[in-house]
Design a protein around this ligand. Structure first.
Ligand SMILES: [Zn+2]
Ligand SMILES: [Zn+2]
Length: 145
């Protein structure tokens, strides 16, 4: 498949995903409180991608914020757009790309499942035909991602 491209709101930071097929990435919704606050939205939406299939293509690189729950979040320190995240345990293996930053949008890599469904917003229905996973706490999430 052709490389997927994406970047932050202001365009200073751009990246490419070199996937062989869509199944190289695993997109999930995350309903946890941590994702909601970090992204200022109703859920997190990330594509788990092997680190060697992801690269920044601009000389400007993102700023790294390490949350106290161990989640690493990379964002543009000019416009504030989050680009990817990863847990401490997987930091040398995977990047979790915020699929809203893809040029083709989240439709390029549709979700395969949902995490932290216990924290789903009351007004939000389950996505049909996808796996669901109820996590007990943030520590569990860091072992999953
Ligand atoms: Zn930016
Ligand atoms: Zn989350």
């Amino acid at each position: 498949m052709p490389d997927l491209k994406g970047g932050c709101t202001c365009g200073r930071i751009r990246y490419e995903l070199a996937l062989n097929n869509v199944d190289d990435a695993r997109t999930t919704l995350c309903h946890c409180r941590s994702c909601k606050v970090a992204l200022g939205g109703a859920f997190g939406l990330t594509a788990k991608t092997p680190i060697d299939m992801f690269k920044y293509t601009t000389s400007d690189k993102p700023k790294l914020f390490v949350q106290d729950n161990g989640v690493h979040r990379e964002f543009c320190d000019n416009c504030g757009a989050f680009l990817c995240e990863y847990g401490e345990a997987n930091k040398d293996k995977f990047r979790y790309i915020m699929t809203g930053t893809l040029d083709d949008g989240p439709d390029a890599l549709p979700p395969k499942g949902e995490f932290f469904t216990r924290d789903r917003n009351k007004w939000m229905p389950q996505i049909p035909g996808r796996f669901v996973l109820v996590c007990i706490d943030q520590a569990e999430l860091t072992t999953i991602i």
